[in-house]
Design a binder for this molecule. Sequence first.
Ligand code: AMP
Ligand code: ZN
Length: 114
Amino acid sequence: MNDCIFCKIANKEIPSEIVYEDDLVIAFKDLSPTAPHHILVIPKQHISSANDLTEDNAEVVSHIFLTVAKLAKKFGFAQNGYRVVNNCGKDGGQTVQHLHFHLLGGREFGWPAG
Ligand code: AMP
Ligand code: ZN
C-alpha cells in the first residue's frame, strides 16, 4: 500500500521517532501524544485493521504484545501499568488504516472508554 502513512514510516520514507524495530514490527512515538508515554506498535506488513487479521497473518499480534511488554519495561512504566488500545473502523475511531496498537503509559486511565 504505497499511500499508507504507516507503511511509509516502516519503510523510512517519512521520519518518525522509532523506539524499537525488528524484522516483523516497528514502534514509534505518536505524533500527538495523549499520555506521557504514547507509542504506536505496528506490523511492518500492511494489514488494514483488526478486521483483516487471518490465520496466516495474525501471529504478528502476539509479537506486538511481546514488544509492548518489552517497551513498558524499557521506559519504566511496566510496574505501574499501562493501556494497550486498538481502534478498529469508524465506530472504533480508527483514523490510520494500517493495524496499530497504542501503548499508553505514565498516567492513570479512566474506564469505560469515551
Ligand atoms: P487511530 O486513531 O487509532 O487510527 O490512531 C492513529 C494515530 O496515529 C493517532 O494517535 C495519530 O496521532 C498518529 N499519527 C498519525 N500520523 C502519524 C505520524 N506521521 N507519526 C506518528 N504518529 C502519527
Ligand atoms: Zn500500511
